[in-house]
Design a binder for this molecule. Structure first.
Ligand SMILES: NC(=O)C1=CN([C@@H]2O[C@H](COP(=O)(O)OP(=O)(O)OC[C@H]3O[C@@H](n4cnc5c(N)ncnc54)[C@H](O)[C@@H]3O)[C@@H](O)[C@H]2O)C=CC1
Ligand SMILES: O=C([O-])CC(=O)C(=O)O
Length: 328
């Protein structure tokens, strides 16, 4: 039997938490032979703690053989103690008519405190995925608040956007979603993101050539992927939860277990490539192996793409400036 992996999940009693925890405990994230200990954080409020207790009772009732232990707490330093993986989900979600950056200042405080707690007590190799919005800038805040941890361990979730783009492309080109390779979503998890299928292939053939519709790309595909979160809120009255949890599982699974040479999109601190200033958490294509991600380098950036990538970068720089005063 393998040593259990400690997985911290914040916002554990929320909608995404409810879709996420059971799948982690069943082995869908780290493998069917990997025991896990769930370390769950919720707000120090009676209602949130009671809801967390209920979730833990249900986890118990599933009798998951891989669930080697559970902790439920309102103290970040307890939740993050020796954590190998930290899924930072807990934050206020947006409602109708809001943009994700409207949540910036409200949610920023959470990520300064949680970054500091991770810095103090988590495993030095902790892999952090920020889901709470605005995800890229929250990941940046957590990273800056954890100076003793490697910056590369802080990532933001662009995988839901990547998966959304895959499905739209599969429909348009009438191909199987699983056959599409080499897709990327550049930038911020916001409507400025740039889903880019210029390099994508299906069975080794160019997907761009197959689609061959620049108007659809610019005027339907890109805005549809960018605004999908809002469309879900409009339809459901609540923001995406099951698909967000699914993307979080995809992100961590690939980071830990490897992507077998396939490209996946992760929001990671920039190394300066593609004209993205160092440190900005920006969606880029990566491959993953042995628990590490490697950027896909050297892709050609044409004029249309440069413009789109600069636009989403400008938004991230604006968000960063908006929280600079919190980072001392
Ligand atoms: N990056 C992405 O692709 C996506 C991000 N999101 C974001 O994920 C976040 C969570 O969404 P939902 O689960 O739908 O919201 P929710 O409101 O159902 O759950 C959030 C939970 O977090 C808890 N919480 C709030 N502050 C906390 C703190 N400081 N520490 C611990 N727990 C805390 C709340 O009590 C609540 O139970 C939101 O910010 C949402 O916008 C949602 C979908 C996709
Ligand atoms: O749109 C939202 O606020 C929730 C989210 O991030 C998404 O579904 O992409």
């Amino acid at each position: 039997m393998k040593t259990p992996v400690r997985v911290a999940v914040t916002g554990a009693a929320g909608q995404i938490g409810y879709s996420l925890l059971f799948r982690i405990a069943s082995g869908e994230m780290l493998g069917k032979d990997q025991p896990v200990i769930l370390q769950m954080l919720e707000l120090p409020m009676e209602k949130a703690q009671a809801a967390l207790k209920g979730v833990m009772m249900e986890l118990e009732d599933c009798a998951f053989p891989l669930l080697a232990g559970m902790v439920g707490t309102d103290d970040a330093e307890v939740a993050f103690k020796d954590a190998d993986i930290a899924l930072l989900v807990g934050a206020r979600p947006r409602g109708p008519g809001m943009e994700r950056k409207d949540l910036l200042l409200e949610n920023a405080k959470i990520f300064t405190a949680q970054g500091a707690a991770l810095n103090k007590v988590a495993s030095r190799d902790v892999k952090v995925l920020v889901v709470g919005n605005p995800a890229n800038t929250n990941a940046y805040i957590a990273m800056k608040s954890a100076p003793d941890l490697p910056a590369k361990n802080f990532t933001a979730m662009l995988r839901l956007d990547h998966n959304r783009a895959l499905s739209q492309l599969a429909n348009k080109a009438d191909v199987k979603v699983g056959d599409i390779k080499k897709l990327v979503v550049w930038g911020n998890h916001s409507p400025t993101m740039y889903p880019d299928f210029r390099f994508a292939t299906v069975d080794g053939q160019s997907l761009k050539d197959k689609v061959n519709d620049a108007d659809w790309n610019a005027n339907e595909f890109i805005p549809k992927v960018g605004k999908r979160g809002a469309a879900i809120i409009e339809a459901r009255g609540l923001s995406s939860a099951a698909s967000a949890a699914n993307a979080a599982i995809d992100h961590i699974r690939d980071w830990v277990l490897g992507s077998n040479g396939e490209w996946v999109t992760m929001g990671v601190p920039s190394d300066g490539s593609y004209g993205i200033p160092e440190g900005i958490i920006y969606g880029v294509p990566v491959t993953t192996e042995n628990g590490e991600y490697t950027r896909v380098q050297g892709l050609e950036i044409d004029e249309f793409s440069r413009k789109a990538m600069d636009k989403t970068l400008a938004e991230l720089e604006e968000e960063r400036a908006g929280v600079a005063h919190l980072l001392g």
